[in-house]
Design a protein around this ligand. Structure first.
Ligand SMILES: [Zn+2]
Length: 319
């Protein structure tokens, strides 16, 4: 039996044909081209879906799952709001239903489907209470409680990126200030490094980017850390502390068995995870903090498309 998962991102669309074990049989990655508008983006997704199904034939695909960024209404099949695509109230599902009239179709928020991917086929196998936190351009999360995705009343559960971490902190594009995302997202990490440099701190990061500090990214900070750069290490430790506080609050509320951390920033590895685990231990209630396992995501950049396929499998009762 085959399933297709398509994960829509601001830059790329990642689509996979998978079997019921979550193994990828065929995959496709193509640019989103969001600037051309929603019709065009959805056309790109449909083309990608047809491409990965070409060898097995669409008649052998049991269901299709879609991961859509931002706020989605899964009952109406609507993208309520997706900032990085410039979408508002786009009837996504309608277009897919027209294209694939007899196919079982499912959609949900991109981070939530990635959470399903990790739960069924990644680091969270066999774990019924877990949180996935994604650290990338933004900071998002998905919640599994008693084996089921928790979505919340208005489908916005898990918005850890916009919880307040500093009451008088910097303004965020959501309108609030001091949000976790402002400090711990990839652009937030890069900005904090630049702030230090502008205050006169010495670092090899400056020469790594040819003295153009606007080119400093979270990846540059991570590489400089590996080279033993003092400032980069400070920035990384601060990131772990800020994230650790946010995650400790989350753990005390949800009491999960596992916290999985994914997204580009998580590739920093132990130099992020070690201080992060320490902060979490220090700031959580004793039992919850000692029992929780904080681990990197296993599916990496495949969690979205595999998770979208898992959404279809779950919807059809296959898993
Ligand atoms: Zn915010």
């Amino acid at each position: 039996m085959h399933f297709i998962g398509s994960d829509l991102g601001g830059t790329n669309i990642a689509t996979a044909l998978v079997n019921e074990k979550g193994e990828i049989i065929e995959k496709d990655k193509r640019p989103t081209e969001a600037a051309y508008g929603p019709e065009h983006v959805i056309f790109n997704m449909i083309e990608a879906i047809k491409r990965v199904a070409r060898d097995v034939g669409m008649e052998n695909v049991a269901g299709i799952g879609l991961g859509i960024p931002g706020l989605v209404d899964i009952e109406k099949g609507l993208s309520i709001f997706a900032g990085n695509l410039g979408w508002e109230n786009i009837p996504v599902m309608e277009k897919f239903e027209k294209e694939f009239p007899k196919m079982p179709l499912f959609m949900d928020n991109d981070v939530r489907v990635a959470t399903l991917g990790e739960k069924y086929f990644g680091a969270g196998r066999g774990v019924d209470n877990l949180i996935l936190i994604t650290l990338g351009t933004g900071v998002g999360s998905g919640i599994i409680i008693n084996g089921k995705l928790y979505r919340g009343k208005t489908y916005s559960a898990g918005e850890i990126g916009h919880t307040t971490i500093f009451s008088d902190g910097l303004y965020c594009n959501c309108g609030n200030r001091g949000c976790l995302e402002v400090y711990a997202s990839a652009p937030g990490i890069a900005r904090r490094a630049r702030d230090y440099i502008q205050k006169g701190h010495f670092t090899i990061m400056t020469s790594m980017v040819g003295n153009d500090i606007s080119k400093i990214t979270a990846e540059v900070v991570s590489k400089a850390c590996d080279m033993g750069d003092r400032l980069a290490m400070t920035v990384m430790e601060e990131t772990a502390e800020i994230l650790g506080i946010g995650i400790a609050n989350y753990i005390d509320i949800i009491n999960p068995e596992m916290v999985i951390i994914g997204g580009g920033v998580s590739l920093a590895g132990d130099k992020l995870f070690e201080p992060l685990r320490k902060t979490v231990r220090r700031r959580t209630m004793r039992n919850a903090g000692e029992k929780v396992r904080i681990v990197p995501a296993e599916l990496k950049d495949e969690s979205g498309m595999v998770g979208a396929a898992a959404l279809a499998m779950e919807g059809l009762g296959v898993i």
